[in-house]
Design a protein around this ligand. Structure first.
Ligand code: NAD
Ligand code: GLY
Length: 350
């Protein structure tokens, strides 16, 4: 079992990674107080016995699976159940699932009694390499993703790669989207992936990448918890990616990959990204996209996608569309364009 610590002004969080993490940590974490488990219907169907073993006599709330349930109605239902369960200040909420469960569970923990401990147990690749770490919690509202939320750090994150053995192939590939993002900001992860492109969905290879991705993210979050500077690097591909996610129906990870492709092409065309390196990065992105079993996306209506990028949280009220893009190996930069220019260039590179 490996341990990574993540220190922020409010918390020293611990991230444990390994096949024995639940056994090693859950008996201690569940002892002595009332707890609450949030999971989703798919995870519950697969892991009901495991959950009942570790969380006996504990309220287990099963959210219907899917991004469409990451909303206020679900949050309200969860908080109502927490209140009914008589949780108190020392209670813990365990969020066992993918990014949807983690995001909404983290927000419920932040709100209940102005904040109870949250333990993240991510069960998708995307959640293990990204969303369970760093304390971003949120729900979607009015068609805008993650627009209502809080920064609220989990006390512990327990990452057990065994969960990935039941993950459908498409979800593994979605997680690869968030891993490939790290190539644009970490030389180490870039080298590892570039020299192992054929192993990109191999579970044994991914286990090492989970550790490296989390370690990188932990250092970024320590430096800039509230995303005023360095943490923006974690949004590579996300400005256009979020827009694609809203218009295409693709998953988050898939959309980030397409967003990375378009934004890297725009950065290359504008001379913002070094040419030789940008082409190598694009090769990795293309390889990851080729692994996706979904039909190619219809990019014929990029003007509409561009409009969705306007609602992205990174864009202040200055009319600029802001993108975190790769600059050279291990370096990134913000690339901002007026909306009309962004729309035009997006159509050119699609
Ligand atoms: P998800 O939570 O919807 O999970 C994907 C699917 O996999 C679901 O159907 C789920 O039921 C199923 N599943 C989960 N674990 C499983 C397992 N072990 N075996 C079989 N099936 C399993 O989606 P996701 O891709 O994990 O996360 C996407 C969400 O994460 C989005 O809402 C996105 O906004 C959010 N996100 C948050 C952050 C952050 O920093 N907080 C970062 C990236 C993404
Ligand atoms: N997933 C981006 C972040 O945590 O900042």
């Amino acid at each position: 079992m490996k341990l990574i610590t993540l220190k922020t002004p409010s918390m020293e969080g611990k991230i444990y990674i390994g096949k024995d993490v639940l056994k090693a940590r859950l008996p201690e974490l569940t002892k002595g107080q009332k707890n609450f488990v949030l999971t989703d219907s798919n995870v519950y169907a697969l892991y009901e016995n495991l959950l009942k073993t570790y969380f006996s006599d504990t309220e287990i709330f099963v959210l219907p699976a899917g991004e469409e349930h990451k909303n206020f109605q679900s949050l309200y239902a969860i908080l109502e159940k927490m209140t009914g369960a008589g949780l108190h200040r020392s209670s813990r909420l365990f969020a066992v699932g993918g990014g949807v469960v983690g995001d909404i569970g983290g927000l419920a923990a932040a709100l209940y009694m102005r904040g109870i401990s949250c333990v993240q147990i991510p069960t998708t690749l995307l959640a293990q390499v990204d969303s369970s770490v760093g304390g971003k919690t949120a729900v979607d509202l009015g068609g805008v993703k993650n627009i209502v939320g809080a920064f609220y750090q989990p006390v512990e994150v327990l990452i057990d790669p065994t969960f990935l053995t039941t993950l459908p192939a498409r979800e593994i590939k979605c997680g690869v989207g968030e891993i490939v993002k790290y190539c644009a900001i970490s030389s180490k992860i870039f080298d590892e992936i570039e020299s192992n492109l054929e192993n990109l969905t191999d579970l044994a290879f991914l286990e090492g990448l989970i550790y490296d991705s989390v370690e990188h993210k932990a250092r970024v979050v320590e430096a800039d918890e509230k995303e005023l500077g360095e943490r923006r690097s974690l949004n590579v591909g996300h400005t256009t990616g979020h827009a694609i996610e809203l218009t295409s129906g693709l998953s988050h990870g898939e959309s980030v990959l397409y967003g990375m492709r378009l934004e890297t092409r725009m950065a290359l065309a504008a001379g913002v990204c070094e040419e030789e390196y940008g082409k190598r990065l694009l090769k990795i992105v293309e390889k990851a996209i080729a692994l996706l079993p979904c039909a190619p996306v219809d990019f014929s209506n990029m003007e509409e996608d561009a409009k969705k990028a306007r609602s992205d949280k990174k864009n202040a009220d200055d009319g600029l569309i802001k993108m975190a893009v790769a600059k050279k190996k291990g370096e990134w930069t913000m690339f901002a364009l007026p909306f009309d220019e962004y729309q035009k260039r997006l159509v050119e590179v699609k």
